[in-house]
Design a protein around this ligand. Structure first.
Ligand SMILES: Nc1ncnc2c1ncn2[C@@H]1O[C@H](COP(=O)(O)OP(=O)(O)OP(=O)(O)O)[C@@H](O)[C@H]1O
Ligand SMILES: [Mg+2]
Length: 232
């Protein structure tokens, strides 16, 4: 099965004045690790938001983890069950503790509060922050917050992780630590990993580098574009 299948996806803003996605076609296989690169404003976040059903396209079809997102009425469920999000501005909830932040995605699972806590602490331990469980997020460094965001993204055992500049604001040491953790996960649990980055060194770690320019995929890191051109 494919993790992602996008066909002829268009998305514009401001009544069509801004064409953010301009006919995107993309397939990502189950368990693949791909990176998405491209200049600022080229449509990377828009594409990622579509994959996570955070925004709806103007036209085109989009299927993620076997679910057609066009006519699904269960997008909340889809997100809760299948997707792990890591945003650049790791949007942790400020007035609850680190461990409680990680428990949020678990509420859709049938776990007791004791089980949730156990699982959250294990996830925190995996990112090296078990001792920070009880404190508020604003007491953490940027890198530590990002690691909490990773732990939270994994709390629902997602089949796909969508990460928008997960290392954007971090120093190189913290950044490579976070990447190692994501890659470890991808390798051990066969999670599909899709990372948006402007850092070519980060992008090259992926199985495939997808290049976006002006709302179009100009290189998919394989021969899919060549084939699609032969087809027509
Ligand atoms: N909610 C919105 N309303 C209006 N325009 C938007 C909106 N979101 C994005 N855009 C525009 O759509 C285009 C694509 O934006 P997008 O955020 O996808 O770019 P990006 O590749 O992620 O850029 P960056 O590298 O700076 O994060 C840009 O021209 C942007 O200004
Ligand atoms: Mg962006």
């Amino acid at each position: 099965m494919n993790a992602v299948e996008i066909k002829d996806l268009y998305k514009s803003y401001e009544n069509g004045k801004i064409k953010a996605l301009n006919g995107v076609n993309l397939t990502v296989k189950d368990g693949e690790f791909v990176s998405i690169i491209g200049p600022s404003g080229s449509g990377k976040s828009t594409l990622l938001n579509m994959l996570g059903a955070l925004d709806v396209p103007d036209s085109g079809s989009i299927e993620v983890a076997g679910q057609n997102l066009n006519n699904s009425k269960k997008l909340n469920e889809f997100r809760a069950e299948k997707i792990g999000f890591i945003f650049q501005l790791h949007n942790l909830i400020p007035n609850i503790s680190v461990v409680e932040n990680i428990e949020i995605p678990m509420y859709t699972q049938k776990l007791s509060s004791k089980e949730m806590r156990k699982k959250a602490l294990k996830l925190l331990d995996d990112v090296g922050l078990k001792e920070k469980a009880k404190i508020l997020p604003n007491k953490l460094s940027g890198g530590e917050r990002q690691r909490v965001a990773i732990a939270r993204a994994l709390a629902n055992d997602p089949s796909i992780i969508l990460a928008d500049e997960p290392t954007g604001s971090l120093d190189s040491k913290t950044s490579s630590k976070i990447l190692r953790q994501l890659i470890e996960l991808h390798e051990s649990k066969k999670v599909t990993l899709i990372i948006v980055t402007h850092d070519m060194d980060v992008a090259k770690l992926a199985n495939r580098v997808i290049e976006v320019l002006d709302g179009e995929i100009i290189s998919a890191g394989d021969d899919s574009l060549i084939n699609s051109k032969i087809d027509v």
